[in-house]
Write a protein that binds this ligand. Structure first.
Ligand code: C2E
Ligand code: CA
Length: 554
């Protein structure tokens, strides 16, 4: 028996740790010795094995076998210097556990391989490694002192992964994450570290790499993960956004590094999905403004919604152009920030969960206003916007019912607009809620209809009363070359009518567009041509005028 097996060094390494298993193979005889701990843990037939590669291959998870074989063949053929890969291996109990397997080939003077030796580390079940992907977990980041090290860090995020989970289910989503993380790791240089940052976010710390090297890595990764083929041969397309930060130049501590990476990734996701964005002065300014906005908003909410106000934009009937209602749109002027537009501050409210309270405030103002106008102007349709996140609030339905009861409003004249329907994760649950609200008499509307494929999906699962057709089809309708928009709107409106839904066309900016759309099958029109959203006093002036015109006509 070869003396490479019988030496004190083997014994010393073999007993070093319960989670580390060592093996040495005499490549001339193809006999190997495995440490006693590995024999016990993996249920091998004994410490000495003949043709161990085949014996061991039977312990490897079938899905990981290719990864293992590719790596080991590369080492034996001399293409790769070291064996280094992670895979799942079956233990004595028949359970698969993640292991990290590292090894090297020793060659004689002629270059013929004589010894293959290495070690296997069990990485499953320890907080150090993520159980699904085998990557390092984020607490491991605390072992690095970023003020002393240099390189570039990348935070990778899968775009729209929630939708992937919704479409394919959790098991397939897990399979995608495993495949993706494998490619993330495979393309790294050996000294880089990869962490599973959160569900669908991965952190790559590229030690010693400059911006160009990391850009190159990202490009390569996008090519390799563009389409991922699953076990069942199904192909899934992935898009990866990324934030990048150089250290120590732009971040000399872990906290700063993570904070800047998160903001850079968010910027990439918000501005141009599927790109790599490096931290910049512009992102720093945006981050500062978002923080100031948040503080200012919080303060105003605390001060009984001081600075918040509703503006009203009329709904008019297509023929007589009489105002029959309005959409309530939120406005806000902070103590410090006076120039924030709705898309900006509403996003901050949503990101921090404050839209819930502000949304209830909007609901109450809108309902109170409808009732206040009743005596002077009759029953007006009053609509307000509610995001999916707000519908998820368990108290939403009860608070709406209590508010309607408090002001004695007729729910038939309250329209609730679902904004950003593309974010809906659970259409069945939402559909049940819509049904309950409709049973209470409220009118439900699908906002911005036509913006995404999701609109049609939503239409299939949600029963609504109104459909609001998105601006973009309407705005340029009267200009030459927009015949296609005409065909789209005309057909969308015909579809609404066939489904028995009322319709509101938004974004009517000119008299010409008002005439064109007014001649189609539309219930109500809305847009700057009739009026921009205005404060209560100005809206009441519009109502007075409209009332007068209607009286003159009769
Ligand atoms: P939205 O629901 O699609 O509201 C219509 C937006 O289009 C309003 O912008 C309105 O000012 C604008 N608009 C109306 N007519 C025209 C037109 O003819 N041309 C053009 N170019 N624009 C027109 P606004 O007020 O800035 O609101 C933006 C978005 O903010 C709203 O889009 C809605 O999604 C959201 N939002 C507003 N108020 C609330 C609220 O109380 N709660 C929630 N969750 N979201 C709200
Ligand atoms: Ca709306």
């Amino acid at each position: 028996m070869s003396d490479i097996f019988n030496n004190e060094l083997f014994e010393a390494f073999a007993s070093a740790s319960d989670n580390v298993y060592i093996y040495v193979c005499d490549m001339k005889t193809d006999i190997s010795r495995w440490s006693k701990a590995s024999v016990d843990y993996f249920g091998l037939s004994g410490e000495y094995l003949e043709n161990a590669a085949n014996v061991w291959a039977e312990h490897i998870h079938p899905e990981d076998l290719n990864v293992y074989m590719e790596d080991i063949t590369g080492v034996f053929s001399g293409k790769k210097k070291h064996h280094n890969c992670q895979y799942r291996a079956r233990n004595r109990m028949g359970e698969y556990v993640w292991v990290e397997c590292k090894g090297s080939v020793i060659r004689d003077a002629e270059g013929t391989p004589i010894i293959f030796a290495g070690l296997m580390t069990r990485i499953d079940g320890q907080s150090k490694y993520d159980t699904l992907t085998g990557l390092l977990t984020t607490p491991e980041l605390y072992h690095f002192d970023f003020s002393d090290l240099s390189g570039t860090a990348l935070l990778l995020g899968l775009d729209g992964f929630r939708k992937v989970v919704g479409n394919y289910g959790y098991n397939t989503a897990d399979e995608i994450l495993v495949e993706f993380s494998r490619r993330v790791k495979k393309l790294c240089d050996p000294e880089w570290k990869v962490f599973r940052f959160s569900g669908d976010e991965f952190l790559v710390v590229a030690f010693g790499a400059d911006k160009e090297r990391v850009e190159d890595y990202y490009r390569h990764l996008c090519q390799e993960t563009d389409i991922i083929e699953l076990k069942n041969q199904q192909k899934v397309g992935l898009s990866v956004s990324a934030g990048g930060v150089r250290f120590p130049e732009d971040a000399d501590s872990r906290e700063i590094l993570i904070n800047k990476l998160e903001h850079s990734l968010e910027h990439a996701k918000n501005t141009k999905k599927g790109t790599l964005v490096f931290f910049s002065k512009k992102i720093a300014e945006k981050q500062e403004r978002a923080l100031a906005l948040r503080e200012d908003l919080k303060q105003c909410i605390k001060n009984d919604y001081q600075g918040f106000e509703l503006y009203f934009q009329p709904f008019v009937t297509p023929g007589s152009r009489v105002i029959t209602g309005c959409e309530c749109l939120l406005r806000w002027k902070g103590n410090r920030i006076k120039d924030s537009y709705p898309m900006e501050f509403i996003k901050v409210l949503e990101d921090y969960g404050d839209i819930r309270d502000v949304g209830f405030w909007v609901m109450e103002q809108a309902i109170r206003q409808q009732v206040e106008w009743r005596d002077t102007y009759g029953e007006l349709w009053v609509s307000f916007n509610v995001s999916y996140q707000q519908f998820l609030d368990e108290t939403f339905e009860d608070r709406l019912a209590a508010c309607a009861e408090k002001y004695k409003v007729d729910p038939e004249h309250i329209i609730i607009e679902l904004t950003e329907s593309s974010q809906v994760g659970n259409p069945e649950e939402l559909s049940a809620m819509f049904e309950r609200l409709r049973n209470r008499g409220f009118k439900m509307a699908l906002d911005d209809f036509g913006t995404a494929y999701a609109s049609l999906e939503m239409l299939k699962s949600l029963h609504v009363d109104f459909i609001k057709i998105e601006h973009s089809f309407v705005r340029e309708l009267s200009k030459p070359g927009h015949d296609i928009d005409y065909v789209i709107i005309d057909n969308l409106l015909a579809m609404c009518q066939r489904l028995g839904y009322d319709s509101i066309v938004e974004g009517v900016e000119t008299g010409e567009v008002a005439d064109i759309v007014g001649n189609m099958n539309v219930t109500l029109l809305q847009g700057y041509y009739f009026s921009k959203p205005v404060c209560r006093e100005d809206f009441e002036k519009l109502l007075d005028m409209s009332k007068k015109q209607a009286q003159q006509k009769t």
